[in-house]
Design a protein around this ligand. Structure first.
Ligand SMILES: C[S@@+](CC[C@H](N)C(=O)[O-])C[C@H]1O[C@@H](n2cnc3c(N)ncnc32)[C@H](O)[C@@H]1O
Length: 207
């Protein structure tokens, strides 16, 4: 791991992922989590304080980057009794049993995970029958002009943003991997460049 990935990227991601518009997006979905929860790519733990501890019994916070886990541990310690177990692993190989969680959470992570098909297939495997996947992501814009700039700038974003893509479309990714989106919503985030700020959020269930 190079100097940039080790020392510059983690605080950069933590800062970008805590902007007011992004926090508002988290507030729309994280409180819907219940029971045993798998959060894929928990990063610095920005969601932890938003879980409803009266509904969530345990959060398995999966994250492959140890520098992000160190930051997330501090966020976990600052919560009021959220039961967090860290799993240092990638979403493509989740160290949990089949049918063992009630909710899977993806926030601003489907843009980054290289083997996203494998990660969503793992989400399907570990979800109990009737369980739900909740997501809040950014992605490809439906506006041709914005989409054109997203395609042009994607290599720069990937290089500087830890592999983050601008053009992925979370609802298509979910549909392609066996999920039905039950109440997907989209909008441009306020005070955010359009190429970064086309937001997708909602819930999905295994088809
Ligand atoms: C932009 S950050 C978002 C972090 C967090 N989900 C949030 O909402 O603040 C993307 C995260 O995806 C993680 N990531 C990268 N590859 C991954 C993989 N294969 N499986 C799971 N997470 C991964 C990164 O380490 C990083 O923490």
């Amino acid at each position: 791991m190079g100097f940039y990935s080790r020392y510059i990227l983690p605080p950069l991601i933590q800062c970008a992922c805590s902007s007011r518009p992004i926090m508002k997006q988290r507030e729309k979905i994280v409180p819907l989590a219940e029971g045993r929860v798998l959060e894929v790519g928990c990063g610095a733990g920005a969601n932890f304080r938003l879980y409803d501890t009266s509904r969530v019994s345990q959060v398995f916070a999966l994250e492959p980057d140890s520098a992000m886990i160190s930051r997330a541990r501090k966020a976990s310690d600052a919560t009021d009794g959220l039961n967090v177990e860290f799993l240092e692993a990638g979403g493509e190989a989740v160290p949990l049993e089949d049918n063992s969680v009630d909710t899977v959470v993806f926030t601003f992570t489907l843009c980054t995970i290289p083997p996203w098909e494998a990660a969503l297939s793992e989400a399907r495997r570990v979800l109990k029958p009737g369980g739900k996947l909740i997501y809040s992501e950014h992605g490809g814009s439906p506006d041709p002009n914005v989409a054109k700039w997203q395609r042009r700038l994607e290599p720069v974003q990937q290089a500087l943003g830890g592999g983050c893509h601008l053009t992925r479309i979370p609802t298509q990714m979910l549909a392609e991997t066996g999920f039905s989106v039950t109440d997907g919503q989209t909008m441009y985030l306020p005070k955010t460049p359009k190429i970064l700020g086309y937001a997708y959020w909602g819930q999905a269930q295994v088809r």
